[in-house]
Design a protein around this ligand. Structure first.
Ligand code: MD3
Ligand code: FE
Length: 220
């Protein structure tokens, strides 16, 4: 099979060799799977030009510290009425931007590496973390078909991912997710509790003082 990927080194060194590691039986970590930064940066900027970063509100009226946007047929939203997927961006009143082919291809290649031969995501949630931003432990269960995996792509500053179990009270493992790392979450891990520890201040050439995470989902 064709070589899976490798992070391009912006300082002229050799690209990082991609590696694979099982976080769980059904959660595959593909380190340095992202190949080149520029096409991803362009695709993300094009999405944000139409559907900019915004901080959503929770049902209880709190403002989320993570800024979000979406691309694809459906986008994940939260407001006073709760969490759900919507085919319209509530900020613009328009459809979400289409899933850029370079992102669709990245998600499909990662899913295939984990044994999902035909993963066709219809939603991609973009999360932006600035230093001090965290995401509390939660499950992702708003998607219709939970047999479909979620593919996550980490870009920019590294973060500590908290990987729990099927119960909120289960112990959590801490896993460092760095620029270019991709995880395919399927099977039982699909419903495990997870979160992101408070982001430490740092900078990275991809996005400056920020971490951007993309999660590809089959939502509808
Ligand atoms: C495990 N995002 O958007 S990515 C989310 O880094 C979310 O922005 C985090 O949790 C982030 O919902 C974590 C890793 C991840 C994403 C979705 C999962 C792990 C998952 C869904 C099910 C199980
Ligand atoms: Fe999640």
């Amino acid at each position: 099979m064709k070589q899976a990927g490798g992070t391009q080194d912006l300082f002229g060194g050799p690209p990082q060799a991609p590696t694979r590691e099982d976080l769980a039986a059904d959660a595959l970590l593909l380190r340095s799977f992202v190949m080149a930064d520029a096409p991803l940066q362009e695709a993300i900027q094009a999405v944000l030009a139409r559907s900019p970063w915004r901080q959503m509100t929770t049902m209880r009226g709190y403002t989320m510290s993570v800024a979000m946007s979406n691309c694809g047929t459906a986008g994940w939203i939260s407001d006073r009425r709760g969490y759900r997927y919507s085919t319209t961006d509530p900020l613009t009143g328009q459809d979400w931007p289409a899933l850029p082919p370079v992102l669709q291809d990245l998600a499909a290649r990662a899913a295939a590496a984990a044994g999902y031969a035909r993963f066709t995501p219809d939603a991609c949630l973009l999360n932006r973390y600035l230093p001090g931003t965290a995401m509390g432990l939660h499950q992702d269960r708003n998607e219709r078909d939970l047999s479909q995996p979620i593919v996550s792509v980490s870009l920019g500053i590294a973060a500590t991912f908290l990987f729990g179990g099927a119960q909120r009270s289960d112990p959590t493992r801490r896993v460092e997710l760095a620029h270019g790392d991709v995880v395919v979450w399927g099977g039982a891990s699909r419903l495990h509790f997870h979160g992101i520890a408070k982001l430490k201040a740092a900078r990275h050439p991809f996005a400056g003082e920020a971490r951007i995470n993309l999660t590809f989902r089959r939502a509808l």
